[in-house]
Design a protein around this ligand. Sequence first.
Ligand SMILES: C[S@@+](CC[C@H](N)C(=O)[O-])C[C@H]1O[C@@H](n2cnc3c(N)ncnc32)[C@H](O)[C@@H]1O
Length: 235
Amino acid sequence: MKMIGLKQKKSSFLINSRMKKMGIRNKIRKKTVQEELWEGNFGDSYIERNNSKELLASNVHFFAKIFSKINPISTCIEFGANIGLNLKAINILFPKIEMEAVEINASAVKKLIDIVPEKNIFHKSIVDFIPAKKHDLVLVKGVLIHISPSDLDQVYQNIYNASSNYVLICEYYNRTPVSLTYRGLEGMLFKRDFCSEFLTKFSDFQLVDYGFAYHGDPICSQDDITWFLLKRVNK
Ligand SMILES: C[S@@+](CC[C@H](N)C(=O)[O-])C[C@H]1O[C@@H](n2cnc3c(N)ncnc32)[C@H](O)[C@@H]1O
């Protein structure tokens, strides 16, 4: 009995230290207010406001511009995919691409199934998501701004662990972190320099390109998003 106890202790120590190395947390966590918001009615209403052919067309233009400079990609995962309008656009540009998605809102997940195979959808928070494999591209668009700043480090780590090559961050930018009122709610939207924070944390990534998509663009209207394309470099 004693031997088994010792063996178990040793193997759980090994698992824990391996998880620690990969930046994976090993404890049950209380959901943040931001996560609770997106899981509930607030998240459902977002789906109703943001589901149109125009948005899809704009996404196709948006990604076509960004991906004109990259090597072909065959796998992609989106963190915070909502109903899949980004992945649908990417699938138009790369018809054979294998896609995965992480999404916290159950109603969005139900619609995502039309675009991403059910087995490739992870209905959970990107804070808790443990990537089982690496993808040519990790996309996060309009999501980091809604993550509690205290969880950002973990999310950066999860993005890093999920990427074999490219990371595309498309978010509201501010050089220094600021918190804004979002749809009348305090503490639900944070602007900062997500790109430089990621690059500071992971020196094996480099900036490939960056740009801005203006809400007033007649073809590619994107809610004033700043995008950063990062690539893993061998060191
Ligand atoms: C502003 S929407 C952006 C949706 C999509 N990325 C796009 O560009 O249209 C934010 C999305 O992230 C999801 N989300 C927010 N916090 C999340 C979290 N902690 N884990 C997973 N998904 C999250 C929301 O449910 C919602 O679908």
